[in-house]
Design a protein around this ligand. Structure first.
Ligand code: FAD
Length: 285
């Protein structure tokens, strides 16, 4: 099923993200986690794409299997900056052959050793290529607090360009402060961006994960959340519980404030995904 249709049809949606393994030895373990998460019956699942593009077959396999075995629609990610155009076209053919209708079109991070391929500079070029090569539903990424590389506030101008190139929806980078998201959404609408924006929420269930995420995304950590991590961070079980509760509260506030589409970065943890789904079982109806 196409995600743009799903977003139109359902009043509230909750989707869950999984990431593929880095090597084939880990495939079974990751696939098991993805299948457990699929059993929770989210509205759709997204499957990320390894940074260098080397794990694209795992993305396609996991996404296809979830659709086939659980009837859960999937969104397969695709990055371009570390690939040739030829490789990107091959991946798209593979997605199509496996019945994947939804693609999240991303640039990907620029590798520390520099670019190996020069076919793509920005996600907008990939979006144009996907549009020209089949009838996919295409999503893109956006950053309520600005992309880490962006020094000025040009992000919205470039975001509008991406949407105009043919995006059906956007998914946000994680954020912990809903006010940041509301402000971003207001500015995006003012800039003429009218596609659905799915709010990305990451349950922070351990203190190290928080440090890594802040380093990667530059996300603001509200005082309330910092206090939780300071107090519960050294107790794994309590931190997990507190992280699930914080994320659930964030989602409840978003829904109560009129936000209809939520995406949860599960970090391949079925128990965390289940904790959130349980907390929200009535709120999502
Ligand atoms: P772009 O939209 O190309 O933007 C990148 C930067 O370039 C921004 O600062 C933008 O303002 C600027 N820019 C854009 N166009 C222009 C232009 N014409 N001129 C000058 N500047 C411009 N990474 C993975 O490797 N695999 C994944 O599966 C993955 N999934 C993700 C899912 C979500 C929801 C999000 C938010 C991110 C994900 N990422 C993933 C990370 C993403 O690849 C990185 O954040 C990457 O650095 C930027 O990708 P983008 O598609 O947003 O890039």
């Amino acid at each position: 099923m196409r995600i743009d249709e799903l977003l139109k049809r359902k009043k509230i949606t909750l989707s869950l993200e999984v990431f593929p393994p880095k090597s084939s030895e880990k495939f079974e373990e990751t696939n098991r986690a993805a299948r457990e998460i699929a059993r929770l019956k989210p509205d759709f699942m997204s499957v990320t794409y390894g940074a260098g593009g080397g794990t694209s077959v795992f993305t396609a396999e996991i996404a296809a299997e979830i659709q086939r075995d659980f009837g859960v629609p999937t969104l397969a990610h695709l990055t371009c900056v570390s690939s040739s155009r030829e490789h990107v076209m091959q991946v798209l053919r593979d997605y199509r052959e496996k019945g994947i209708e939804n693609v999240l079109a991303l640039r990907g991070d620029i590798p520390p050793e520099g670019r190996k391929y020069h076919d793509y500079r920005y996600a907008v070029e990939l979006i144009r290529d996907i549009r020209a090569n089949g009838d996919f539903c295409v999503g893109g990424a956006c950053y309520p607090e600005g992309h880490v590389e962006s020094e000025n506030k040009q992000d919205l101008h470039h975001l509008k360009e991406k949407v105009d190139a043919g995006l059906d929806f956007l998914t946000t980078q994680l954020f912990f402060n809903n006010e940041v998201f509301f402000h971003f959404l207001y500015r995006a609408r003012e800039a003429g961006i009218t596609v659905p924006v799915i709010a990305g929420i990451m349950p922070m269930t351990n203190a190290n994960m928080l440090k890594r995420s802040i380093a990667m995304s530059g996300t603001e950590v509200p005082r309330r959340f910092r206090a939780i991590v300071d107090y519960f961070g050294s107790s794994p079980a309590a931190m997990k519980q507190a992280g699930i509760v914080y994320a659930s509260e964030q989602i409840i506030d978003l829904i109560a404030s009129g936000i209809r589409h939520i995406h949860v970065y599960t970090m391949n943890k079925p128990d965390v995904a289940a904790g959130i789904m349980n907390n929200l079982s009535e709120a999502l109806k």
